[in-house]
Write a protein that binds this ligand. Sequence first.
Ligand SMILES: [Mg+2]
Length: 304
Amino acid sequence: MKNNINALKQPLVLIVDDTIENLQVLGSILKAENYKVAVATGGNQAIAIANEINPDLVLLDVMMPDVNGFETCKNLKSIPTTKEIPVIFLTAKVENDDIIKGFKMGAVDYITKPFNSYELKARVKTHVELKISRDLLKEKNELLEKLSTKDGLTGLYNYRYSTDALARLIEENSRYGQPLSIAMFDIDDFKKINDSYGHLFGDGVLVKIASMIENSLRKTDIAGRYGGEEFIILYAHTALEGAVESTKRIIENTQKLKWNDKSLKITMSAGVCQRKDEDISALIRKADSLLYAAKKKGKNTAEF
Ligand SMILES: [Mg+2]
C-alpha cells in the first residue's frame, strides 16, 4: 500500500542535475509546493537512488558529464522497478531533434531552461497526479484479481482458488487424518481440436466439459480449471476408491457429449491419487505423472 501512503502524504520527486545551484532552485520550488525532494548529481547515481526510493517523478537534466539525461532515461525505462516512473526532461537544448529524442527515450514531458516556475509546477503536478492514479488503479485491479475465485470462461474455480483450497485441505488432512484425494484431468488432443475447428469452438468445448464436470460431482467436491485444458478436482474426505469411481464417471460422461460435427469424439485422461504425506507440490506432481501415464497408455482413461 506504499502508493496509497504516497497519495495521502507528500509525493516524492527526484531531481537530477550536475549543477548544484539548479538542484537548490528546483528543490526549493517543489518543497514550497509540499513535495518531498531527493537529488542526484549524475545519471548512475540517479538510477541507484530511483531504485531505492521509488519516486513519483524524475526531473532529469539532459546535459551531464558522465551519463547524459537521454542515456539515464533509457536505463530507467529498461529496469522493471523504475520503468513506470514518469520522467520530465529539463533541458537547455531546444532543437526539435532533441525534444523528439527525449520522447523516444520514454520521457512524458520536457521543460526548457531557463524555466518558468509556474510551468514547472503545473507540469510536475499533472504527471505526479497521473502516476498516483495509475498506481491506485493498479492496486485496485490486483486486489480484485485476488478476490476473484472463478475462472472467467468456464465458471469453475480458478487456479489460485483451487490451489489455496488444496492447501487448506492438506492441512486439515494432516491434522484430522480424514482421507483426501485429487484428480488431474486433461482434454485429449485439445490442440488438434483448436487447430481443426478454431479457438472459439475450443472455448465452447471447455465450457461444455466444465459444466459436465460440475454436474457429475458431489457438492463437497471442488472443481477448478488448472491450466488451459487442464482441470483439477479435490475430493475432500474421500479415499482413492471413491475418487477413482468419480473420475471414471467423468471420463465416460465426456465420451457421451454431443458435438455439432457428429464424427468428432472428444475424450479426457486423468491421474488420480490419495494423499499420504505429500506437500501440495508433491501431491500435484503425483497426480500429474499419473495423468501422463494415462496419456501414454493411449488416452481416454484414468490412471491411479
Ligand atoms: Mg547539466
